[in-house]
Ligand binder design. Sequence first.
Ligand code: PGA
Length: 247
Amino acid sequence: MSKKIFAANWKLNKTPEEAREFVIKFKNDVFKTPDFFKGKEVILFPSAFSLEAVSSLCAGTAIGFGPQNIHSEKSGAFTGENSAEVAQSMKAQYALVGHSERREIFKEQDELLDKKNALLQVLGLNPVFCIGESLAQREAGKTLEICFAQMDKGLKSFDKSQRLILAYEPVWAIGTGKVATPEQVAEVHRELHQYLTKNAFKNFQILYGGSVKPENSKELLAIPHVDGFLIGGAALQVESFIKICTI
Ligand code: PGA
């Protein structure tokens, strides 16, 4: 059975100093528990300015990390963007792609996300590719249609023999406190699993994201095909993040 993944998306929070404090405290707390990392993968997604701070404390340890976004080209005249190649040189192993805030606020389109996923694969980084429907789309009964279309387009160039980490995050559940019901999560994860299997993806895991907290994480993790979480608000404090990671 593959490991459960616990990924912290810090969004635009934490200075490098605060990121360092988090990692030091996290390490102090978890290294007291023998086998804490057994059966799980822990990933931190700091903001770009704090990536170096996280890298300096996590590179070569059991704690994975990566940027929240990368540009679709490796380097060049793209003022203000972040390079996947630079993240790779900082020993990042993962990168978020297509978070709903990137899609909604920064108008990132599926075709661009496909390029980003492909670039990460070329560089040997694991994309954590985010998909999910809005409230209006769910109410219109279009949840699966939207998720399948986001995968069709955003993973068009994806080398299916390589690892994919997919994060299903219903947009209406992100940062709202409105977690999807276990039945809703179970249905979508079952369908996503079927889709990926049918489409010949060889090695994939499906995370759930959207208002995951210590109070609901156990129930959600017990749902078939929920291979872990992408966690925003509740991953900002060491205590609540560790509670979620403790399985
Ligand atoms: P949330 O964010 O846990 O605060 O809902 C999740 C995310 O945006 O990835």
